[in-house]
Design a protein around this ligand. Structure first.
Ligand code: SAM
Length: 352
């Protein structure tokens, strides 16, 4: 249960009971706007802008009759206890306030508008910059007995709330910068840049939230067609492709730089890597062998031809060749001996 209550920033949203972390407090109700309607809105006090599928949308809670009590939630960028989440339900987007820590009863619920240029932030920062360091934390308000229960509680908030805030701030800069560099910022977007940045950023965190929810909804059979389609995308395919692409590029680059890529090798690039490696080790071996013999002028036509043969063939051929030479030497020795004997016999016969 929530109620609105006076604060030093006008009305604020308070919880009347304790709420645990991760609970949805309620919907940020109002008029759903997009396109021209959004562009033409003049009172932006209760406007929350977010991006969906590259398009800006807004919920204007200025009409009390249409909106709910959440319109009273004030901005807190350093120690918020809630955050606005975009939630997709059956293809439609809604905004829900969600607790980001356990919250005691009678606490003001505040979230980060992500609106760094807001007049109230600027004046607080200005005030801080002129306040001596020792009083910076309390902002000087403690001295005046102005520190609320919420602020005391906020000092106990988990660090990640502060970190999340920090990590989202640069992202917003990147996003807007990125679009501006590409000349992609439309008039509407320019308008949006004047609005609380949280609107655009939260859309990103809302995406996560919607994913979380979609998981939740899957359990309840509530996942939309779009979400199902997204789940069919083969993430591993992309990863596999990425891991193989650089490798193959390196291989071909290495050889092409040296002008070494032959027709055969080009063809070989289509072969499995192990085939290329086998081919390379065989080529190196045969080159070394032929080089060694060429230095001695020993390379015959047959051997040149042999370089096309697998290494083991050359080795076998070589060892076979050596063996046959030895054998023929042995037969030549017997033949000489026989001739000498014959010559001796002829001589003896002649003498007789
Ligand atoms: C959505 S309304 C919040 C409820 C508002 N306090 C009220 O009384 O209706 C947003 C407006 O509240 C005021 N506001 C919100 N957060 C504030 C803060 N931290 N400091 C000062 N003013 C704030 C600003 O005037 C802002 O335009």
């Amino acid at each position: 249960m929530c109620k609105s209550q006076a604060t030093k920033h006008g009305k604020g949203l308070f919880t009347t009971e304790a709420i645990i972390k991760g609970q949805y407090v309620g919907e940020y109700k109002g008029r759903h706007l997009s396109g021209k309607e959004l562009d033409e809105l003049t009172n932006e006090t209760y406007l929350y802008v977010y991006r969906l599928n590259g398009k800006l949308h807004g919920i204007d809670a200025s009409d009390e009759a249409l909106s709910g009590i959440l319109r009273y939630a004030n901005d807190e960028w350093r120690s918020p206890n809630t955050r606005m989440e975009k939630v997709m339900i059956e293809g439609k987007s809604f905004l829900f306030l969600k607790t980001i820590c356990d919250i005691p009863a009678n606490t003001e619920l505040r979230y980060d508008y992500n609106f760094p240029d807001s007049p109230w932030r600027e004046s607080i920062l200005e005030e801080e910059s002129t306040t001596p360091a020792s009083t910076e934390m309390s902002n000087g308000r403690e001295e005046n007995g102005e520190v609320s229960e919420l602020e005391h509680h906020a000092q106990d908030l988990p660090v990640h709330s502060i970190l999340e805030e920090e990590s989202t701030t640069p992202a917003s800069t990147e996003m807007s910068n990125g679009r501006e560099e590409n000349g992609e910022v439309s008039e509407l977007e320019h308008h949006a840049q004047d609005l609380p940045v949280h609107s655009i950023l939260e859309e990103e965190s809302a995406t996560t939230a919607s994913t979380e929810m979609s998981n939740g909804r899957e359990e309840n059979g509530e996942v939309s067609e779009l979400e199902h389609h997204a789940q069919d995308l083969p993430v591993h395919s992309i990863l596999e492709e990425e891991s193989t692409t650089p490798a193959s590029t390196e291989m071909s680059n290495g050889r092409e730089e040296n002008g070494e890529v032959s027709e055969l090798e080009h063809h070989a690039q289509d072969l499995p890597v192990h085939s290329i490696l086998e081919e390379e080790s065989a080529t190196t071996a045969s080159t070394e062998m032929s080089n060694g013999r060429e230095e001695n002028g020993e390379v015959s036509e047959l051997e040149h031809h042999a370089q096309d043969l697998p290494v083991h063939s050359i080795l076998e051929e070589e060892s076979a060749t050596t063996a046959s030479t030895e054998m023929s030497n042995g037969r030549r020795g017997n033949h000489t001996h026989f001739c000498s004997l014959l010559f001796y016999l002829v001589c003896v016969l002649n003498l007789q």
